[in-house]
Design a protein around this ligand. Structure first.
Ligand code: B12
Length: 458
């Protein structure tokens, strides 16, 4: 069985992202002695030729397509990637009779709908290392006709010991291009998310149980990345600092091994201690990104967050006092939001003086979340709506005023990024900044950028 693994993710905002999920799948195939090739479309200019050439020359029996994103979850200027994926499937079909298998975090969110829309053969929901290999072996022995279901969902049987997994096989990818044009590589230290944010898909994708890699295992992988010249990483964990002890142990091991790596991550604002931040800084962390959502206590409860505005203040104080760049990610327009709570949030966040703010307006609704049920009750989503086209939840109390308000607010706040309105970040700006050789998340440079902007002001 020959397998062609395709990454059709060509999104360049906030940066091109190394397809670590597919690299994990590649490593699992390698361990199973399955011959495979990689086709990464991220930096390809002519997709049709690239896909036809790869399929034509390798003649795969199975084509595995990794769907990381459904859309960019950004309102009002959303981008859906599904029609592009469908185009890729059509090109594959034109030159191959191989079985097309879909997987990836985007696929996990709407598996039935996506499989049908793409007209692919099979789909795997959840982590694919074990299930995809099982499927390949089964296809080899019994053939496609023997399968009784088009979608295989292995989420109840998660991989408990992540140290058993081989490191992602990055050899078929252009790691240098990701470093240069995306500013970083990536690594994972754990899977799973136990929190209850009403809109969030992380527990749907990785389950609620947190499974951790040993710090030694993580650091061996970092050593290999450093040898390959990848010296800046994003830790892709849902929340790097939960559990705190594990995060600290990872930092301690990086320090102990003297690994000269720069890295950044997502963090939970409720588990920030001075000790942790100091260890993070010492081990090379250049920025913490908090999934804060709002800085109004009633709204935090409505969004299902388990921390308070005071926790946000404390975390921000610690970061500022330690000189750790930090960013608050906000989600405005959730259930119960009013213009008053928006203003309170914006004022409170300004007082916390973060390096940058990434603010989304409107919340993309996905099945299997509390917000989905709420959106259904409120008629934002119809019972038979398939959600391939994004639906956004925006509290009725703000829907008319919020966008004009944000436009005006952003003019005075150059360190606030509004992805859905293309304010203070764009594909052109991303490219320009990376051409300067800047590494790490771009928000870390917003303060410098804002200073330059102010200098130019009359
Ligand atoms: C870290 C992260 C980021 C970081 C990435 C940094 C970096 N350099 O890596 C940043 C902040 C840059 C980011 C940006 C974005 N992200 Co993001 N991100 C994540 C997060 C938390 C982890 C992704 C990850 O690396 N997982 C680890 C790998 C190992 O897992 P995996 O990719 O899921 O792969 C496994 C399985 O899916 C499966 N699998 C994967 N491929 C295949 C293929 C086959 C054939 C099979 C069988 C199985 C299989 O097996 C793999 C191994 O177990 C996820 C949430 C989540 N928990 O999944 C969101 C997530 C992937 N992001 C999402 C989105 C939308 C975005 C943005 C569009 C947001 C925006 N507007 O800016 C951008 C897009 C960037 C881009 N160029 O693609 C969505 C995608 C789904 C959707 N809603 O469309 C997610 C799921 C979060 C969400 N909101 O629902 N992101």
């Amino acid at each position: 069985m020959k397998v062609l693994l395709i990454s059709p993710n060509i999104e360049s905002l906030p940066d091109p992202v190394f397809p670590i999920g597919l690299a994990y799948i590649a490593a699992a195939l390698k361990a199973n002695h399955t011959p495979y090739q990689i086709l990464d479309l991220c930096f390809e200019e002519d997709y049709t030729t690239a896909v036809s050439a790869a399929v034509g020359s390798f003649q795969p029996d199975v084509i595995g397509l990794s769907l990381r994103n459904v859309d960019n979850v950004s309102f009002p200027n959303y981008v859906s990637y599904l029609s592009f994926y469908r185009r890729i499937v059509q090109i594959v079909r034109k030159c191959s009779r191989g079985v097309i298998v879909i997987g990836g975090s985007g696929f996990d969110l709407l598996p039935g709908e996506i499989l049908e829309y793409l007209d692919a053969d099979l789909g795997i929901v959840g982590e694919g290392e074990v299930s995809f290999v099982k499927l390949i072996n089964r296809l080899e022995k019994e053939g496609f006709q023997a399968l009784d279901s088009k979608i295989l969902d292995d989420r109840l049987e998660v991989i408990n010991n992540l140290d058993d997994l081989p490191f992602p096989d990055r050899s078929g990818f252009d790691n240098k291009a990701y470093l240069k044009l995306g500013g970083m590589g990536n690594i994972q230290t754990k899977r799973g998310c136990p929190f209850n944010c009403i809109y969030c898909t992380y527990p749907v994708i990785q389950g609620k149980k947190v499974r951790m890699r040993s710090p030694k295992h993580v650091c061996s992988e970092i050593e290999g990345l450093l040898e390959d010249g990848v010296s800046n990483l994003f830790i892709v964990d849902n929340e790097f600092n939960y559990p705190v002890e594990h995060a600290q142990s990872v930092c301690q091991e990086i320090i102990h091994k003297k690994l000269s790596i720069k890295w950044s991550c997502y963090c939970h604002p409720g588990f920030v201690t001075r000790e942790l931040v100091d260890l993070m800084l010492e081990s090379g962390c250049t920025g913490m990104e908090f999934g804060s959502d709002t800085a109004n206590d009633a709204m935090l409860v409505n969004m299902g967050k388990n921390f308070s505005t005071n926790d946000l203040r404390k975390a921000s104080d610690i970061c500022r006092q330690s000189d750790m760049p930090f960013c608050h990610s906000l989600l405005i327009g959730g259930p119960g939001e009013t213009m008053e709570t928006v203003k309170q949030t914006f004022n409170a966040i300004q007082d916390m003086a973060p390096t940058a703010v990434i603010c989304m307006v409107g919340i993309r609704v996905f099945p299997d979340t509390k917000l989905y049920r709420l959106a259904m009750e409120k008629g934002v989503v119809a019972p038979d709506q398939d959600l391939l086209e994004p639906a956004f939840y925006i509290s009725p109390a703000v829907e008319n005023e919020i966008l004009p308000f944000v436009e005006i607010f952003s003019k005075e706040n150059p360190t606030w990024i509004f992805p859905g309105l293309n304010i203070n970040m764009s594909r052109e700006l991303q490219k320009k900044l990376r051409r300067f050789g800047i590494k790490g998340p771009l928000w870390e440079y917003m303060k410098v950028g804002a200073r330059f902007k102010n200098v130019n002001k009359p």
